[in-house]
Design a binder for this molecule. Structure first.
Ligand code: SAM
Ligand code: SF4
Length: 328
């Protein structure tokens, strides 16, 4: 059985982008009200008194867009300085990173994943929801800033959408050649925007690998992540290529994570809410950490069963909650 020691923490469900595959322009989303967000004090109590004691040691901050949450640098510092924190990372769209990269690094963040779906500013704008101004350049500057500051590994996430950005696969893969950048291709999931998914579908990782293989060759990488990506390398490249293939392969049996939403729901699985716990309400109602630890342990005990069911039901349905709401 996999050890579940990795918690993805959503800091906020709002975002400054409107990615077509996540929270498209015009979609009606019920945002979490300010007073319903877990406060930093509550979050730190949960981390220190509940999650760490039951065995979580690795944390990723995500959203929505985590850099939109006020005082995020302070929170990073607080989690990074806990002696039991073995790993702290963040997933961001990079828009505010040029300004914040150094502060985040100084606060103790060392690993960062930045979403970059296109190298073409126009296509990028289309994907993230065009608002008549170019944001690609600012994201690119954010990536450069993170690189210069010393984030390592620096991973770039690409959601591959047929007919939108799949013609750029080789250019995006080439980013891993000269710099120690790790480019990860994510199969588009039917979560969030079902219309776009219905129109486009997804491209299997193996098809991408074939294209890359015929251009440069591809070898299995010695550097393996501890997440769901299968890691390869263009021969001689400094960085790696990861493939996250939740549509064409099922990696539920290797799942080592749970997710905490910005309003304090602990979910055992991205696609399955069975057994989820409302930790924030419990905490606000005065339930003691010892009791919360028991509830989380119970959820950990039933997680293999939930993963098993998910594995056998497959990723065929369309899920109405978006990644920004769940905490992708
Ligand atoms: N805003 C940050 C960002 O975009 O990196 C963090 C949150 S975002 C929800 C986390 C990841 O989920 C991103 O890499 C995004 O591309 C991915 N994602 C969102 N919707 C998706 C979908 N329908 N299929 C596959 N990946 C998706
Ligand atoms: Fe925002 Fe990230 Fe969702 Fe794009 S994928 S809309 S950047 S939360």
């Amino acid at each position: 059985m996999n050890q579940v020691d990795y918690l993805r923490i959503s800091l906020i469900d709002r975002c400054n982008f409107r990615c077509q595959y996540c929270m498209p322009e015009g979609a009606e989303l019920d945002y979490i009200l300010q007073q319903q967000l877990l406060s930093y004090e509550e979050l730190l109590t949960l981390i220190e008194e509940v999650f760490i004691p039951v065995g979580f040691t690795r944390f990723r901050l995500t959203g929505g867009e985590p850099l939109l949450r006020p005082r995020v640098v302070e929170l990073v510092g607080a989690i990074a300085s806990l002696p039991q924190t073995q790993d702290l990372s963040m997933t961001t769209n990079g828009f505010l990173l040029a300004r914040l990269a150094q502060d985040l690094y100084n606060a103790g963040l060392r690993r960062i994943n930045i979403s970059l779906d296109s190298l073409d500013p126009e296509i990028f704008e289309q994907i993230i929801g065009n608002r008549g101004r170019s944001r690609w350049e600012q994201v690119w500057q954010g990536i450069q800033a993170a690189y210069q500051v010393g984030f390592n590994p620096l991973k770039l996430n690409v959601v591959v959408i047929p007919g939108v950005n799949d013609h750029e696969i080789l250019d995006l893969a080439a980013l891993s050649i000269n710099r120690e950048w790790h480019v990860r291709f994510i199969e588009f999931m039917p979560i969030g925007n079902s219309d776009l998914f219905g129109d486009r579908g997804w491209v299997a990782s193996e098809e991408l690998r074939q294209r890359i293989r015929s251009r440069w060759g591809l070898t299995e990488s010695q550097i393996r992540g501890n997440g769901p990506a299968d890691v390869f390398k263009i021969p001689g490249a400094k960085g790696t290529l990861g493939f996250i293939s939740q549509m064409s392969e099922c990696f539920c049996d290797r799942c080592n994570r749970m997710r905490l939403s910005a309003d304090g729901w602990l979910r055992p699985c991205l696609l399955n809410e069975t057994g989820q716990i409302d930790l924030k309400t419990a905490l606000r109602n005065g339930v003691k950490p010892a009791e919360l630890r028991e509830r989380v342990r119970e959820l950990l005990n039933i997680k293999p069963e939930i993963n098993f069911k998910q594995r056998h039901s497959g990723t065929t349905g369309v899920y109405t909650r978006t990644m920004s709401q769940i905490g992708g």
